[in-house]
Design a protein around this ligand. Sequence first.
Ligand code: NAG
Length: 201
Amino acid sequence: MHLRIQILILIVTCCIALVESTFIVPSILEPPKANRIICRDSRIEQQNANIIQNELQNQEQTPYINCVNNAILKISFANLQISTQSSCPLQFLREKDTSYFTCDTNNFANSNVTNVIKLLCDGKEKCVFNFNQLPVLLCIDQNNDIFELPIEFMSVQLTYNCQTPRRRFRPFSNKRYDTKFTQNIKNPLKTLSYNNLHKVF
Ligand SMILES: *[C@@H]1O[C@H](CO)[C@@H](O)[C@H](O)[C@H]1NC(C)=O
């Protein structure tokens, strides 16, 4: 009798633990998002262009963004912006002869490049692109005149994550995220009633 009670307590504890552990919401499984500023790098872009032009089979193009261990990129947000000395110091060293100017009004057009970067990078392990594949960042000044900002000083503020393949092979069923099963999620303790447990014994 004493043993039966102990076993019962053990089973109830296990069941509660099981319900709690399988009650993970999908967002917890999402890898954390990374925030990065990607500076246009004229040297990388030249090298990549050279590899393509000369069909150098044994050389790989350098990506602007990459994941490791077969994880794939998922872009959440990408904003095209004019660089600053602190965000992209290399640009200022290399482009000494290019005139740098900002947008006094901070009124930009074409700055949201989320869709373009998504098309270029989503689902890939490494994302190689060229800044001339992005729209030209425009500034709208006080007189509503529109002018182009220099590509030499462009950067992209990026929010993304690397999704590991493991996530697509979850060890437990996907059923619980199915809308058909929401009733069970709302009443997870229904199957834990004393009566049901009693039947087991
Ligand atoms: C940027 O564009 C994407 C896709 O069109 C949109 O979902 C998102 O809300 C935009 N973000 C901002 C801050 O405008």
